[in-house]
Design a protein around this ligand. Structure first.
Ligand code: ATP
Ligand code: K
Ligand code: MG
Length: 664
């Protein structure tokens, strides 16, 4: 399978694939290097990505964006209150306590979970990639925000699986970009003392900082921090709300009460924001925004900076946290690398530069670095591809403890993976157990997490514990792992018992004498020692935040049937267009190059058929089936091709004649 890396952005998604000895950005069906991250629903089909964006304004109630913000989020999470205001489609609480969108699709109200919505989108991204590369697209490295909890990571992984993909690794976004930096800038990196680089990503919805130590072939993320609610969309909202208030006074209209009008104001606000990154002032005009009112205004960069002052005042916080985690000060940082669309905002750049007391660098492509890093990581995991080895370890943002019911040991839990540790990481613990038992992984410190996060991460049932004869308990080794995707798992567990084993006695190396020839023949000597040896492996079953296999299989089926439906609609549309084009083409040619190759009777017949077909297209045939369009086409073609055949034969004859003439 082609190594496939996806930067699933809240605003737009960038795709990269490893091929031709390099990493390429994959363009979508309209040749864009980024695809809008949204899913729209219609009477007959879904509109995903570019088509979704095109119809968003006229279908806002049935268009869902901000997909990654609700993925794996609980409806009752206080964060959801903040998220809600960015959605135009109604959101509801689903049976699992998560968020679902309620939309009109295929003529009825339907609900889709946030995981399904992400899966639909990722499936489209897969389809784009397959169409462009013609490759087999199965393995994926998908990046997620550093603040994603286990539950959100599991949801991202489930979404990939529902889209028929194999999530090889879930990677933190900034880490992916940093890996790209380490790999593609390898020749400029030191071999010994690592370079300390601050990577800053400000996108549409969040602000993330990672401080990394990078040297040739190796990278460690020393500190990561974030502001979960800080991005381009907050700027857009501030601008839109300003104009909404202005228009109330100036034009006596309330755009906040008209979702379509508000959407247009918001879209124009985003445009204005971008213009203000390059200009100090920009106009703001929308024709007939509502009630036939044309609105017109303008904004200066200075005023925009006043609106977002609360954000600007927070810029230093995640940076300082990340530096503190890394045990460094701003002065220790060798370079500050910016990525993400929002880092084009001059006031943000100025603030960041101020915090570090340094010039900023834009070494990486700020829109494509994450996707490229993901594709490289996916290639690294590919069994068939050989890539330059690169070792990277990531920063664990949340402390995690494992709990068990107390038997004979002193404690009933242990903080195994503290915040600030590196992952992937493995730790083996020994518990003395009387029988089968359970282990639960929980977040240790509420204060490290968003208020609504459930503390329990996963639970394991360990079976097969049998103490040795005459003993009340048995030593049990449990291998705990914070895996490469950041998941907390139990890799294996087994009981051990003391046994007498024979051990080779190592002898003091004797001084070798020149004439000592018998040494080789000396008998090896053994002694008996007590040693812990494995008794038996335990059977582990896990209860995680993932969907069960059955649930996932059902959603996979459902997604596939929707894809089939979409494809049928698209094919039908293609066939209809083909018929329409054929009618015009044939009619034109009948008066022109086919003129001398059809009898008057044939011409009359075909003209009649064309007229009938056209009338049908504008009437009942406007909305018909694929089979009918094909049938109509073939009916016309049966006569059309006859005439075309005569025309082509004549052309060929002319060509032959010409050639013969030239040869003479
Ligand atoms: P996230 O990282 O939050 O998931 P994302 O990856 O989709 O979102 P990016 O693609 O990094 O976000 O950035 C998109 C944001 O950058 C949008 O809010 C967009 O308006 C903003 N943006 C793009 N160009 C400019 C510009 N020239 N000036 C200001 N903002 C810009
Ligand atoms: K992006
Ligand atoms: Mg992003």
């Amino acid at each position: 399978s082609t190594p496939f890396g996806v930067d699933f952005g809240n605003d737009n998604t960038v795709i990269a694939c490893a091929r031709n000895r390099g990493i390429d950005i994959i363009v979508n069906e309209v040749s864009n290097r980024a695809t809008p991250s949204l899913v729209g629903f219609g009477m007959k089909n879904r509109y995903i990505g570019e088509t979704g964006k095109n119809q968003q304004g006229s279908n806002i109630k049935n268009t869902v964006d901000n997909l990654k913000r609700i993925l794996g989020l609980n409806y009752d999470d206080p964060d959801f209150e903040i998220e809600k205001k960015f959605f135009t489609a109604p959101l509801v609480k689903n049976a699992q306590g998560g968020v679902s969108a309620k939309v009109r699709y295929l003529g009825e109200q339907q609900e889709f979970t946030s995981t399904q919505l992400a899966a639909m989108y990722i499936n489209k991204i897969k389809d784009i990639t397959h169409k462009e590369t013609k490759g087999n697209i199965v393995d994926i490295c998908l990046s997620v925000p550093v603040w994603y909890t286990e539950k959100q990571r599991r949801a991202a992984s489930d979404a990939c699986k529902i889209a028929g993909l194999n999530p090889v690794r879930i990677v933190n976004e900034v880490t992916a970009a940093a890996v790209g930096y380490g790999v593609f800038k390898a020749n400029d990196l030191p071999e010994d003392e690592p370079r300390k680089v601050a990577f800053i990503d400000i996108g549409h919805s969040s602000f993330q900082v990672s401080i990394a130590a990078v040297k040739k072939g190796e990278l460690k993320v020393l500190g990561s921090a974030y502001d979960k609610h800080f991005g381009g969309r907050d700027f857009d909202l501030a601008i839109a709300n300003h104009f909404a208030a202005e228009f109330k006074d100036k034009y006596k209209i309330d755009v906040t009460e008209n979702p379509k009008a508000y959407y247009r104001v918001l879209t124009a606000s985003e445009k204005l924001k971008k213009v203000l990154s390059a200009n100090t002032q920009a106009p703001f005009n929308i024709e007939s925004v509502m009630n036939d009112v044309d609105v017109s205004s303008s904004l200066t960069r200075e005023t925009l900076e006043e609106f977002v002052q609360p954000l600007l005042d927070r810029v230093h916080i995640p940076i300082e946290t990340a530096l503190k985690d890394a045990g460094l000060t701003a002065a220790d940082i060798d370079s500050v690398e910016l990525i993400g669309g929002c880092t084009r905002v001059p006031s943000l750049k100025a603030r960041i530069s101020e915090v570090f007391g340094k010039q900023l660098s834009f070494t990486l492509n700020q829109d494509e670095a994450i996707a490229r890093g993901n594709a490289f990581i996916c290639a690294m995991h590919s069994p068939t591809l050989r890539v330059r080895p690169f070792k990277f370890e990531d920063f664990n943002p949340y402390s995690v403890s494992y709990f068990w019911d107390k038997d004979e040991e002193d404690d009933d839990h242990l903080e195994v993976f503290p915040r600030g540790g590196l992952f992937p990481s493995t730790k083996i613990i020994t518990l003395y157990r009387k029988g089968d038992f359970e282990i639960e992984a929980r977040y240790t410190n509420r204060s490290e997490l968003a208020a609504g996060t459930e503390p329990v991460i996963a639970k394991w049932y360990l079976k097969g514990v049998v103490p040795s004869k005459g003993e009340t308990s048995i030593a049990t080794k449990v291998k705990l792992r914070n895996d490469p995707s950041g998941f907390y798992t139990i890799e294996e567990a087994y009981t051990v018992e003391e046994k007498l084993v024979k051990e080779l006695v190592e002898k003091e190396p004797k001084e070798k004498k020149e004439d000592d020839e018998d040494e080789e023949d000396e008998e090896p000597e053994y002694r008996e020692v007590k040693k812990l040896v494995k008794k038996n492996d335990l059977v582990i079953t896990m209860e995680s935040a993932s969907l069960s296999d059955d649930e996932r299989a059902a959603l996979f089926e459902k997604e596939n049937s929707m894809v089939v439906e979409d494809k049928l609609v698209a094919d039908t549309e293609d066939k209809k267009n083909a018929l329409e084009e054929y009618i015009y083409e044939l009619r034109g040619k009948l008066d022109d190059q086919y003129k001398d190759f059809a009898s008057d009777q044939e011409k009359e017949k075909l003209t009649g058929m064309l007229m009938k077909a056209e009338d049908w297209l504008y009437d009942e045939g406007d909305d018909s089936t694929k089979a009918k369009y094909v049938a109509k086409y073939e009916e016309l073609a049966s006569l059309g091709n006859l005439i075309r055949g005569r025309y082509l034969a004549n052309e060929e004859e002319k060509k032959q004649a010409l050639r013969q003439k030239q040869e003479q």
